[in-house]
Design a protein around this ligand. Structure first.
Ligand code: NAP
Length: 403
């Protein structure tokens, strides 16, 4: 497979060396699950071809089982079966995993946290509130900006953090509403580069209960708010989704819906010309965004991302999963994890590079599919993903904020 970042001096070739190189390479999958009708753990071993590997993993997890290991068939055959050894985890054959190192251990001590708390929130002023959706989109998603001028301390933040909003009014018990956290959608400089605003990307939550449509309290408050209105703001919070400092880092992003918020901050910091001039951070690695939306008019900040892709073809790649317009290989809705599966070998090759960070934000439902795709891609190189992923997490290269 050849990477689609254009203009590379040498196309990136993904090697499957050592594992045979064809789709009929054989793998041994060892799984564990509850035996039907009893509480006894049962271990099973399957030998499948690479082309059947993803489907097999999906079947195991869909049936409530757990995948203990995936290894090239010859390697696994020497290992004891999980049924023979206890505890079952110890049965997983040792697969090699590359050292998940970072070039430099990040120092987060200067990242601001909790400058404003719920009892004494900062009072921000709305400067703009506009729809991010195109004609024919589903639902309501707005971009809302607050002026942060005048606080002591100044309410500041960095890319990847969240702020709290306390909506006006009271709950059913007559108590003030509690705060809701939202991922920040602007860089530390703000959309106007004046260092004194923060923006959010908010979808109005709506659901049916007893035949009635219920509107989310805070999301409706925010989507309806007018410029000039005062809003109680807390935070910032969060160190999970911070960007690496290295300019040559690679950044893979998986976002569904409003989970795009932190990704927009990263991409503005990397590719928006006013940002690059001001922030002194000249990103020169590879960034690859996977974005999931129900329909084309629901794609958020799409024009900006298309522009970055045309201006920086060597550094930015943008892959969309439009669930209600595109179909996956099985004829179902096209989700992020289907796109990950299509590109699994290439993504995994990037992950093997210690400079690569992965960010995931949005619906929790995308996680198992992404794991399955990575398990298969890792297995094709004789690597056990269930061992590698915790290493990536520990090395602060695997960043997840999903709801
Ligand atoms: P949305 O527009 O409802 O959905 C986005 C896309 O995800 C749609 O194409 C949807 O497909 C698809 N999708 C549905 N189920 C999926 C699954 N199991 N796996 C992969 N894709 C799936 O999204 P949204 O309402 O903006 O929601 C985004 C979610 O992210 C919310 O739950 C929100 O709370 C959360 N969020 C989290 C953070 C954070 O953690 N910091 C920040 C922002 C948002 P279909 O609808 O066509 O099935």
């Amino acid at each position: 497979m050849i990477a689609a970042f254009s203009g590379q001096a040498k196309p990136m070739r993904v090697s499957t060396a050592g594992s045979g190189g064809s789709d009929e390479r054989m793998f041994t999958v060892i799984s564990q699950g509850l035996q039907s009708g009893s509480q006894r753990q049962s271990g099973r071993s399957y030998t499948v071809s690479y082309s059947r590997l993803s489907a097999t993993l999906r079947q195991i997890t869909a049936g409530g089982g757990q995948v203990l290991s995936v290894t090239p068939a010859s390697e696994a055959s020497a290992a004891p079966s999980p049924a023979q050894s206890a505890p079952a985890k110890a049965a997983a054959p040792k697969a090699s995993s590359p050292k998940a190192s970072v070039t430099k251990k990040p120092d987060h001590s200067s990242v601001p946290v909790n400058l404003y708390k719920p009892k004494t929130p900062f009072i921000g002023t709305v400067t703009e509130n506009y729809s991010l959706l195109g004609e024919g989109a589903i639902g309501r998603v707005n971009h809302i900006t607050f002026d942060l001028t005048g606080g002591d301390p100044h309410l500041h933040y960095v890319e990847g953090q969240s702020i709290g909003i306390i909506p006006d009014g009271e709950d059913a018990k007559g108590k003030p509403h509690k705060l809701r956290l939202y991922s920040i959608a602007s860089t530390r400089h703000g959309d106007d580069m004046a260092d004194n605003t923060v923006s959010l990307c908010v979808r109005q939550l709506q659901y049916e209960k007893d035949g009635e449509t219920i509107n989310g309290v805070c999301s409706t408050f925010l989507c309806d708010i007018e410029p000039g209105a005062k809003v109680k703001i807390t935070g910032p919070v969060g160190k999970e989704m911070l960007l690496p400092e290295e300019e040559d880092a690679n950044v893979i992003m998986f976002a569904t819906g409003t989970g795009i918020a932190p990704m927009r901050t990263y991409l503005r910091r990397m590719f928006e010309s006013s940002e690059r001039e001001k922030n002194g951070w000249n990103f020169r690695g590879k960034a690859w965004l996977f974005m999931g939306a129900p329909k084309t008019p629901n794609l958020l900040y799409d024009d900006d991302f298309n522009r970055y892709e045309s201006e920086y073809p060597d550094n930015f790649r943008y892959t969309k999963a439009i669930s209600r317009e595109q179909q996956n290989a099985k004829g179902g809705r096209m989700y992020i994890q289907d796109r990950v599966l299509e590109n699994a070998d290439e993504i995994f090759a990037m992950i093997e590079d210690p400079k690569t960070h992965v960010y995931m934000c949005g619906l929790r439902g995308m996680e198992p599919g992404i794991d399955e795709a990575m398990t298969a891609a890792a297995a094709a190189k004789g690597i056990d993903w269930s061992e590698l992923r915790p290493q990536l997490k520990k090395a602060e290269r695997w960043h997840v904020e999903t709801y």
